[in-house]
Each structure stands twice: as C-alpha cells, then as structure tokens.
Design a protein around this ligand. Structure first.
Ligand code: OX2
Length: 837
C-alpha cells in the first residue's frame, strides 16, 4: 500500500520541493540567490572566489536532491550495503567532477558566462581536498566515484582532518619545507555538518572481566570524546545515485571540563578539550612507514568505533536479529589502518549484545574484507602492546583471546610446530611486544586481497604464506587496481579534447564509453588512419602547451614544447627509485657535454619532470629532492645542453597538478625495484591519456603490458625472483661499483666531486647505493640507460610512436575503477546495484 505522508499537507510539501536544475535560467537564479543570501554579497563585489562559492552551493543543492532520494530508497529497500573504511580519501577538487557527473557542465558554463564569469576561472578557485598521501587515498576516492556510478550502495567512512597533506615548499637551497594545509579555511561547500549524528568514544580507563562464565567485560573511566559526522556527497556519473562519504570530527564531550574550571584550573580545562580536538587535527604524512605514535592509534580507534556504531545503528533500524548482520553489511578494510574494527565489533557483540564468543566471531569473520597494499616490511603496521593496553585495555584483552583460540586451532592442524606458532602469533615477541595488525586483519576477515596479480602472489607466498597454508588458498584473492582510472576524472575531465575526439571517432556518446571503457578498443583500427593520428598528436601537443603555460605562469620557467615530455610523479621513496631517474638525467647530461655539434644535431630534446612529496622525517627522500633541484639549476643554465635537456621539479604535487601533467606526458616512469610497488595507479592514468610507459616488471605495469602488448611499453631491469639473490650478494659478496657499473660510478663520482654544488651534502644518499644498495640501482642502471635510449630511438619515428600511443589508450579498459569495484561487489561483498528512480 501507499505510505502515509509523514506530516502536514503532502501537496504543499511536494509543490515546494526543489528538483535538480536543468535549465540555464534556473541555474543562474540559484547562483544569484546564493550570492545574495548565503554569501551576503552583490554583483559589485563578487570576485572569482565568491563566484566559485555561489556555483558550488548551487551545485550542492542539486546534489542534495539526489543524495536525499538515494538515502531514502536505501532505507526503504534495505539492501545489503558495503562500507569502505579508509583513513585517507584523496578527493581533489569537486566542482568540475560534480558538473560532469550531473551532466550540467554546459548549462553552468553558459549560466556563469551570462553573469560575467568564466567557468574555467571559477573551477580554478577550488582548493583540493587532500586528505591522503598518495595511491591508497586516491584509490579510495576513485572507488567511491565508481560505486555511485555503478549504482551500488556503498558508503565511505573516514576522518575529517582539519589539515590535509602538508603543502610542499622548496627552499632556495633545494630543501623541502612543509607548511600546513588549512583546506577548510575558506569554508567547504561540499560537506554537510550533521551535528545531530554523534557518538561517544572512550579511551584509556579500566577493563574488567565479569568472570560470570561469559566472555563479557566492562570498560569504564578514562577519556570520552565526541565523534561528529560530516557528510560529503558522492555523485555517480549520469545517474541519480548519490552516495555518501561520512567523515568524523572529534570534539570534547563538553565544551570543557567544568570540574577543573571550577577548581580554578582554566588552562587544564581547555587542554582537555584541545586533546579531544587534536585527534582529527592532522593527516599523518607518512606513506609506507609506521611510527607507533599514540595519536595515530587514537585516530584509528576513534574512526573505526564511530563508523561501527553508525553502521550498527543503521542495521538495527531494519529490525533483524544481530546474527544476520553479515547479510546486510560488508566492511572493506583499506589496508590495516581500520583493523581495530575487528576487536571493536567483537567488544560490541560480546559486552553490549551479550553474544557468545563463537557467534560473535562468526559474525565478524563474515563481515570484514581486507585489502593489503604493500609487502614492504617497514609499512606493515605493528602496535606496541603496552600502548594498546593503556589506550584500549578491553581491546587488548579481546586480541589476546582471539590469539589464544587461533593458536590452539593452528596447533591442532600442525601439532608440535612451535616455530609456526611463533611465526603466526598475533603478538610478536620482543621489547616491547607488538600486535601484528596484518595478521589480525587476515584472520578476522572473510577474504583477503592484493592489488595486482604479482602483488597478490607475493602476499600469498611471503607475508601471509603461513596463513594460506592454514586457512586455504580460496580465502586469498586479487583485485587489480583497475582503480585510479575513474574514466571520468582521468580522461573526460583532465583531457576534454581527447575525450571529444574519442566520442566523435567511435560515434558513441561519451555517456556510453565512459561507463564501459572496454569500448576504447574500437580505436585500434584508427591507428592506420592518418588524419586521426594527426588529430591525436595535435591534442597531445596542446596538452603539452597547456602544461608549459601552467609552469610559465606559476613558476616562471619557459619550457621547450617541441621536446619529449618525460614524467615521474609520485611520493618520494627509495623503492620508487627517483634516484635512478635523476642519476640517469645526470648521465644524459654528461653524455651530451661530450658530444660534438654534429652528434648533438641527431639528439631529440627532452624535458624531464619530477613532482612528489617526501615524508617530513624521511631524510634520504628529502636529499633526493635537493639533488634534483640542484641538478636542474645547473643543467637548465648550461648553454651546451639546455636546448636538448631540461629538468624541473614541480613543487606541491597534488591531484589538480596531476590533472595537468598526465595528459601532457609522452613517456612516464614507473621504475620501482621489482616486487616492491604493489600496483601503482598513475601508470594507468598516463596510459589512458596516450602516454607510453617506461618501467620495471612490477605491479600493475605487468598487466598493462599484457593488455597493450610488450612492444608498446619499455621494460627494463631485474625480475622479482632475482631480487633476493642480488641483495644477498650485495651484503655478502659486494663488488665495487667501479667494476660492476662504471657508468653509474662515474655519475656518483661527479656528484661527490661537487658538479652540482654541495660536495659533501649528498654523501648519505650516494652511500645508500655504494653500500648495500638495497633497491638495486647498481644492478639495473645499465639496462635503465639502454631503455631510455630505446625510448629516444622510438620517438624519432613519430608515426609509429603515435600508433603506440593510440594502442595504449585503446587497451586500458581493464583498468577502469568501475571494473574493479564490480569485482569487489560481486566476488567479495555480495551486493547489488540499486536503481534510484
Ligand atoms: C599504495 C601502494 O604503494 C601502491 O603500489 C598502490 O598502487 C596503492 O597503494 C593503491 O593500492 N600505502 N600506499 C600504498 O600502500 C600503502 C600501505
């Protein structure tokens, strides 16, 4: 039957409700309305920033219509939902994406033009939402976009950091300096404060087992803080479905502690409120390292506890018994950061819902799914037991209980294998003892996956080998990060000209191929079409000019747009080997210096771009930046070479900068030591935009090559199985670099000798190669230089190069995040698309 209208007169309500704007006149009306009432401004004093805010607020109104409708229908139909728990969401800018997804870009462009603004200028006012470090956070953002586009009931949960990833400045000496990123200072039109949605979260205090024959305990005392919800709308592409990303902010439970205040301790009272607010004040800027900091653990618990409380409240509204929880809820753990959700759900089920241990464990292990994103040992999270006992006493008890039962079952399967028990224990022995979060995530989840074929194999054969032997192989899978390639942002939005060329060539509307990226394959025959190739190349050229213009206006450098654009943009890390790249640049420079004028005539000019941030405490990574900046200084000024080789380090890498850099690249570098880069995600974005790939046989590079064919990529370097042996030799039978790789030795010596200034400064960086060389630069340098030469050679034949470029784009269908999210939905979460009428 028809539901009863909840209050007042239905017709009055319905007549007054707004719908999504579609006409230019209603768009200008809502824009002007926000100028007048939300911003309290007038046409006389409205600048581009004000215009951006008015446009954003009016787009938000439209999103809210769909967002409300989506939420209502999910509530009514109560389908199984998936929740994506990620400590990072690297969203970038929203306005352009929202306009494209709503299909309103043209109407808004026209509307703001009539009001005296240009849509490009307005879009350019937006600050990135940079609540992430790199690939892991950007992947989460792409997955939200794809979930909504695929009409899947998926919500994200994260933290509303007051400060996102730091802003990177480069000092005159070439050092990275960090400045805070107060992204909320201009107000954020994309979030909706839900001050009515809040939960109390406890820290510290005492846990006492009841000892009444049940596994129950009480947890009391300590500090209580408030988690308050902020909602961010996630519009799907060409659909009404608009999902939600809920971010938590921490607040003191009371403005301040009245007891201390009355006792005359004003500072103490305010301090307590500061310590609550501190929890969500800043994103940890470390990628691939863990430091065991108490505040980080607090962030993790605060976020998982609030998210679970919220999920549970929603589940309870359906009115089903708690044992059916996994039929309605799937929770994806993005790396081990949210692993505390496992003992937290156990705590709720046992202490609050009074469930027996085995029922609780059954529910937990059918609810969670764990994605691993790295096998690097320094990135595997471990928390000191004393810290856990202090901050989360009840959770530590539960972890001990989980461990005891788990090890008993291991002992049953492998009787007497004490070594194995030690290896698999959730608690690592030592001073202090530590909790191994990846193991807890693994045994507490229904399935575990890696993010590319090679990486998933490595997960199964290295870090979780014992767990595969114990639990069986079928629990362990792979979902290749078809990720980063939300086809919308990473083609249609960042490369509009290429997008239109594709639509007109394929004679299909972009609404179709943007949601089925395998359609790009139909471009293949056009490799033989000269006019098409010309247009393809012309677009790349214009994208290069757009980048050059950007660099000219922001940094004041003039870039040779007739050169090959060679790009490496990612976090600075030894395993990603930016050092190999810069040493390669120096090698090229030295080679050019020794060439005759006649030889130089045959050289194709090259511009090398770097961008990326280093963790603030990562000394070697920061030295690499300094070296790049100082090498650039010398070679860009050298009259012998500057027409043939330019080098730029672009400061403050961000999603927005990536959107300008990626479409402009002829070749991009993904040159990690084999077996270290789990997937990589920018590699796919470059290829989607017709850039060729220079890389090692690692991560998703391998699957990209499988798709486009090895003749269309440039591979070099040792393979994963060789790495361990090579490292062993470095340690036990080292060969001097002079002997092993004279070309590299020469480059190192020139740096040491002060060719780029600062003679002594780079020694610690150079010594990582001279001693130990853990990332195998000396093993891969010669083949790297040879691969660079092959790239030069290939670039001389522009016809063939453009064909390679077209083939590369055409074969990127697999790497759509839509494909990846569908794999999670079907093979992991078991959720279905919901049509929002
Ligand atoms: C990154 C991985 O390093 C990268 O290879 C991968 O593409 C990305 O996650 C998305 O899966 N922090 N960031 C990562 O792993 C961790 C840990």
């Amino acid at each position: 039957g028809k539901e009863k209208w909840p209050r007042g007169e239905e017709k009055v309500w319905k007549d007054a409700m707004r719908d999504v704007d579609t006409e230019v006149t209603s768009i200008t009306k809502s824009f002007v309305n926000h100028v007048q009432t939300s911003l309290a401004r007038q046409p006389y004093n409205l600048d581009n920033l004000g215009a951006y805010q008015a446009a954003a607020l009016s787009v938000r109104d439209n999103l809210l219509v769909n967002w409300n409708e989506t939420a209502l229908q999910y509530t009514r139909k109560a389908p199984k939902r998936a929740y994506y728990l990620s400590l990072e969401f690297l969203m970038g800018r929203t306005l352009d994406n929202a306009l494209l997804n709503l299909g309103l870009k043209d109407q808004y462009s026209e509307g703001v033009k009539k009001l005296g603004f240009s849509v490009e200028d307005i879009l350019d006012q937006e600050r990135d939402a940079a609540l992430g470090n790199g690939g892991l956070g950007r992947l989460a953002a792409c997955y939200l976009d794809s979930s909504a586009s695929q009409e899947l009931p998926v919500w994200g949960y994260g933290l509303r950091y007051k400060y996102g990833i730091f802003q990177q400045l480069i000092s005159p000496a070439g050092d990275q300096l960090e400045a805070p990123d107060p992204w909320l200072d201009n107000q954020n039109p994309w979030e909706l404060p839900r001050l009515d949605v809040s939960y109390e979260i406890r820290f510290y205090g005492q846990a006492e087992r009841l000892g009444d024959g049940t596994p129950r305990a009480t947890w009391s005392g300590g500090q209580e803080v408030l988690a308050v919800a902020y909602d961010v709308m996630i519009p799907g592409c060409y659909t009404k479905t608009t999902n939600n990303l809920r971010l938590w902010e921490s607040k003191p439970k009371r403005g301040f502690d009245l007891n201390s205040f009355n006792a005359g301790n004003y500072e103490g009272a305010v301090e307590a409120s500061n310590s609550a607010a501190a929890i969500t004040s800043v994103l940890y800027p470390n990628d691939h390292t863990t430091f065991g900091k108490e505040l980080r653990l607090k962030q993790q618990y605060f976020w998982t506890a609030a998210s679970l409380a919220d999920i549970l409240r929603r589940f309870k509204n359906i009115g089903k018994p708690i044992t059916e929880f996994p039929d309605y809820v799937a929770i994806q753990l993005n790396d081990t950061h949210p692993t505390l959700a496992i003992p937290e759900l156990m705590r709720i089920l046992i202490d609050e819902e009074d469930q027996p241990w085995s029922t609780a464990w059954q529910i937990v292990t059918n609810t969670f799914f764990y994605t691993n994103h790295t096998v690097l040992p320094e990135a595997l999270e471990k928390w000191p037991v004393p810290l856990m006992e202090h901050l989360l006493p009840r959770h530590m008890q539960i972890i001990y209980d989980i461990n005891l039962l788990f090890l008993q079952s291991v002992e049953k399967k492998f009787p007497g294998d004490r070594d194995r028990l030690g290896r698999m224990s959730l608690i690592e022995e030592g001073f202090p003892k530590q909790v191994r979060m990846a193991y807890l995530a693994c045994i507490g989840s229904r399935k575990v996956n890696g993010v590319a074929e090679l990486h998933s194999d490595l997960v199964k054969t290295t870090i979780l080998k014992d767990f595969v032997e114990f639990e069986g192989i079928s629990k362990f899978g792979n979902v290749t990060n078809g990720s980063e390639l939300t086809p919308r942002r990473w083609l249609d939005q960042c490369n509009p000209e290429l997008s239109s060329l594709i639509s007109s060539t394929l004679k299909v509307d972009k609404a179709v191929w943007l949601k089925d990226l395998t359609r790009l394959e139909a471009l293949l025959p056009f490799t033989e079409d000269e006019a098409f190739r010309k247009e393809w190349a012309a677009i790349k050229q214009r994208n290069k000019e757009r980048l050059a213009h950007h660099v000219q206006t922001t940094l004041g450098f003039t870039i040779n747009t007739n050169a090959m654009f060679d790009v490496q943009i990612k976090r600075l890390h030894e395993y990603k080997r930016q050092t190999l790249n810069i040493l390669g640049v120096i090698h090229r420079y030295l080679t050019l210096k020794n060439m005759s004028a006649a030889e130089k005539k045959k050289v194709n000019p090259r511009v090398v771009f770097f961008a990326g941030k280093a963790a603030p405490a990562y000394y070697i990574a920061k030295l690499t930046i300094r070296l790049i900046v100082n090498v650039a200084r010398i070679i860009n000024e050298d009259p012998d070479t500057k027409d043939l080789l330019q080098l730029y380090f672009l400061p403050d890498y961000s999603v927005s900068l990536a959107e300008v850099l990626i479409p402009a690249s002829d070749i991009s570098q993904h040159i990690s030591t084999a077996g270290t880069e789990a997937s990589g995600t920018s590699n796919m974005k470059f290829c989607l935009n017709g850039g060729l790939l220079l890389g090692t046989v690692d991560g998703a590079n391998i699957e990209i090559a499988e798709e486009v064919g090895e003749s269309n990529v440039f591979f070099f370097g040792h393979l994963t199985p060789a790495v361990e042996d090579l490292r062993y030799q470095h340690t036990y039978h080292p060969t001097p670099i002079e002997e092993k790789c004279p070309a590299l030795a020469n480059v190192l010596n020139q740096v040491s000798a002060g060719l780029f200034g600062d003679a002594h400064v780079y020694e610690p960086l150079l010594n990582t190669i001279r001693q130990g060389d853990h990332y195998l630069l000396s093993d891969d340098f010669d083949s790297y230089i040879a691969a660079l030469a092959m790239v030069d050679e290939a670039y001389l034949d522009q016809t063939e190069w453009v064909k390679k470029s077209i083939r590369t784009t055409a074969k990127m269908g697999k790497f759509s995040s839509d494909r990846a999210i569908n794999e999670y939905a079907e093979s992991y979460w078991n959720i279905e698309a919901q049509k929002i009428a």
